[in-house]
Design a protein around this ligand. Structure first.
Ligand SMILES: [Zn+2]
Length: 286
């Protein structure tokens, strides 16, 4: 091939690559619906896990991912019922859990969160949130139940952990708990700018496990688990806190702690965990 031909072929290949990248970026990520318990499903993929509770008189969702996931969430609900969505309960203010509120709010339904989550959205506490996240229109400070089709769905604030306004959601009839991001992935993201606390996190989980009787756990991110799985996660949070506390009290620097988290907990440099959690560790654990 001549240089000219090579240049033309490369240009064509680059064009195809860019076109493909633009195409894939415009496609909302695929979501998957999984059965969790009788009439209770989970939608996973992109953003936080959404719980879908189907009753004889309407559907209750826990969380609504990002705005871009709205159509796929509604399609997933439609795959299991023709009942209308009546309530969306936000576990917390982050845009991967409440980002769908704006489009949900056009569907003649109520959106519920803690009062603190509403404030956090209004104050735009999340540094990387898109500009149009809309807060809930019904708020509570302690506990709020809704009864739909004879079934109770109970949301409660148990104390600080991932943020200062996390709601846990309980489905008593099927003994299932949605933890929001107080259980998410393999280890915690403590949102200190959003009022989170690694000290209170385990107390909060202990209160939930003491007060509510459940078998199945839907975490904020990751696979469905059980009460033992949540207990293990709680104990891992305590171990992380013990490790970091020893470093901070021993006079190690923030850079030392950041490196420790990178080496031992795979917290990538510049990740949200490094940005939001590590500076907070330095003051809360000293
Ligand atoms: Zn979160």
């Amino acid at each position: 091939m001549t240089h000219k031909t090579i240049a033309r072929v490369s240009a064509a290949a680059l064009f195809l690559l860019l076109a493909w990248a633009a195409y894939t970026q415009n496609q909302p990520p695929k979501l998957a619906l999984k059965a969790v318990a009788a009439n209770l499903y989970m939608i996973e993929g992109d953003g936080g896990n959404v719980a879908v509770y189907v009753t004889g008189d309407g559907v209750v969702l826990v969380d609504d991912k990002f705005e871009q996931d709205h159509d796929a969430i509604v399609d997933a609900v439609r795959a299991v019922t023709t009942q209308p969505i009546k309530y969306v309960i936000n576990t917390h203010y982050h845009a991967d859990h409440s980002g769908g509120n704006q489009r949900m709010s056009t569907m003649n339904l109520q959106i519920i969160s803690t009062a603190q989550s509403r404030i956090n959205i209004q104050k735009r506490i999340q540094s990387n949130a898109p500009p149009n996240v809309q807060p809930a229109n019904l708020v509570f400070t302690d506990q709020q139940s809704v009864f739909v089709g004879g079934k109770e769905i109970r949301a409660k604030y148990f104390g600080r952990g991932h943020t200062n306004g996390d709601a846990f959601v309980y489905f008593p009839a099927v003994r299932v708990l949605h933890t929001g991001d107080n259980m998410a992935g393999t280890n915690p993201l403590v949102d200190y700018p959003g009022g989170g606390s690694v000290v209170e996190w385990t107390n909060t989980l202990d209160k939930v496990m003491k007060e509510w009787d459940f078998d199945t756990v839907i975490p904020g991110h990751g696979n469905v688990t059980n009460k033992a799985g949540l207990q293990t996660y709680r104990d891992d949070v305590a171990k992380l806190r013990t490790d970091v506390s020893a470093m901070v009290k021993g006079g190690k620097s923030q850079a030392d702690v950041a490196k420790f988290m990178e080496d031992n907990y795979k917290w990538a440099p510049n990740s949200l965990q490094q940005q939001w959690s590590v500076p907070g560790f330095m003051t809360e654990l000293k």
